[in-house]
Design a protein around this ligand. Structure first.
Ligand code: BG6
Ligand code: MG
Length: 222
């Protein structure tokens, strides 16, 4: 393993609750919809616009708004979201992540971020982790969102590595699918049933380690 390509939301910090709260506020105030709790998981790894499209489809509102209005609604949600994540500090880094980053760097592993979030640089700065990564792939520059491999391929390319030399790290089903489609080894955090496509699944981020990543990568390449 020469590189570790990280998802951000749900892997480095837990922002799903803030995304869901912001979408719920938009749905209630602007769309007249009560968003079911299942959307918190369903929207993990899904881009801002595609998340809104799914919410509009849920409310049978897909034909109600012009593309410009849809864009304005997405921006409004981002406003609510930015207000909520302004409170993030290094205390919001998920357990084990700071140690994992140190271990990977000590072994000369390149670190890259492959998040669907356009707010990834802002969030990493808030967490005090921005300088730890060698690259942050820009989701605005890739053609297809997760589960397509594009953002993970961009993450590997940004640090000059072949996908097969990289481990991708995810918490979402769409994200694990993206890692595998990119030809990388997938290490995931969460439910082994949901994330069965991954090469290794651990219950919490505290279970991540250099050894887990390296042995999983070696097994996948036997
Ligand atoms: C992903 C989240 O990381 O980023 C999704 O899991 C979110 O829920 C997506 O929709 C896009 O985020 P942003 O910050 O660009 O709206
Ligand atoms: Mg995620």
């Amino acid at each position: 393993m020469k590189g570790a390509i990280f998802d951000l939301d749900g892997v480095i910090t837990d922002t799903a609750k803030f995304h869901f709260a912001a979408w719920s506020q938009l749905a209630a105030d602007k769309l007249g919809l009560d968003l079911p709790a299942s959307f918190e998981t369903e929207l993990k790894g899904i881009s801002r616009i595609e998340s809104l499209e799914r919410i509009l489809a849920f409310g049978h509102l897909e034909d109600k708004y012009t593309p410009a209005e849809v864009e304005a609604l997405a921006q409004e949600k981002n406003g609510y979201y930015l207000k909520a994540i302004d409170t993030l500090t290094k205390d919001d880094i998920l357990p084990g992540i700071t140690r994992l980053i140190e271990e990977l760097k000590a072994h000369g592993v390149k670190l890259s971020v492959a998040s669907a979030s356009k707010n990834a640089p802002f969030i990493l700065k808030k967490l005090g982790l921005f300088a730890e990564f060698d690259a942050i792939a820009d989701p605005a520059k890739v053609a297809h969102g997760k589960p397509a491999p594009d953002i993970f391929l961009a993450g590997a390319q940004a640090v000059g590595l072949n996908p097969s030399d990289c481990v991708g790290v995810e918490d979402a089903v769409a994200g694990v699918a993206a890692i595998k489609a990119a030809g990388m080894t997938a290490v995931a955090v969460g439910s082994p049933e949901e994330l069965s496509q991954a090469d290794a699944v651990v219950p919490t981020t505290a279970d991540f380690s250099y050894d887990l990543f390296e042995t999983t990568w070696e097994k996948a390449h036997q």
